[in-house]
Design a protein around this ligand. Structure first.
Ligand code: DGI
Ligand code: FE
Ligand code: FE
Ligand code: FE
Length: 188
């Protein structure tokens, strides 16, 4: 049975103490956004606690899941940064028994965002960026925006993440571009 205590225990066992503290910070930020914007706090809590559950899995585990569960095989050309959410939701479903599709989707989209995002998707995407332990340049601005306009916070985070990735010559996953086009460029 998935009481909060058993869920926390499984999550703690799956990651470093540093990452576990990040997850608790994301939960606190997500609960605050859920309160402010009218989302289920229980869903926000579970999605936040599980969003990085698979992040410390090996590349070979991800590749096996991509092959075994009929994911787009182009995913094999990417890496943990892209896999741990998009494919990581599969581990959350299978190992933690979480079947709520809205929670699984928020986990899938938490790194890249998407052109279409539910309120819960936006809350997890933004909470991951603004949680109290984060020390990203501009995070204070992101926190202030998140209190006023969640869509604007999605846009701010997307723009700054993309600018950083370009700065370091990182490959951009197509879904990240889709998120930029919809929420930053506001292209229909
Ligand atoms: O798992 P977290 O560190 O809490 O945060 P995250 O899941 O939002 O981001 C993980 C990493 O993924 C972060 O370093 C930014 C990076 N990322 C996001 N979009 C893309 C990306 N990396 C690449 N190469 N391409 C992307 O499109
Ligand atoms: Fe993540
Ligand atoms: Fe993020
Ligand atoms: Fe995270």
């Amino acid at each position: 049975e998935n009481t909060r205590a058993t869920l926390l225990e499984k999550i703690k066992a799956a990651m470093s103490e540093k990452r576990f503290n990040h997850v608790l910070g994301v939960e606190a930020a997500a609960l605050s956004l859920a309160e402010r914007y009218g989302e289920s706090k229980e869903k926000a809590s579970i999605a936040a606690l599980t969003h990085d559950y698979a992040k410390e899995r090996s590349d070979s585990e991800f590749k096996q899941v991509i092959r075994d569960y009929d994911y787009d095989l182009d995913l094999l050309n990417w890496n943990n940064a892209i896999w741990h959410g998009l494919v990581g939701a599969q581990f959350v479903e299978k190992e933690l028994g979480i079947t709520d599709e809205s929670i699984l989707q928020a986990i899938r989209l938490h790194t890249t965002g998407a052109s279409q995002m539910s309120l819960l998707d936006k809350i997890i995407y933004v909470a991951d960026y603004i949680e109290a332990g984060r020390d990203i340049p501009g995070v204070e601005k992101a926190r202030a925006i998140a209190k006023k306009d969640l869509d604007e916070a999605v846009a701010y985070e997307t723009k700054h993440t993309l600018a950083h990735l370009i700065d370091i010559n990182a490959p951009i996953y197509p879904k990240t571009i889709e998120t930029y086009n919809r929420w930053v460029a506001k292209k229909n």
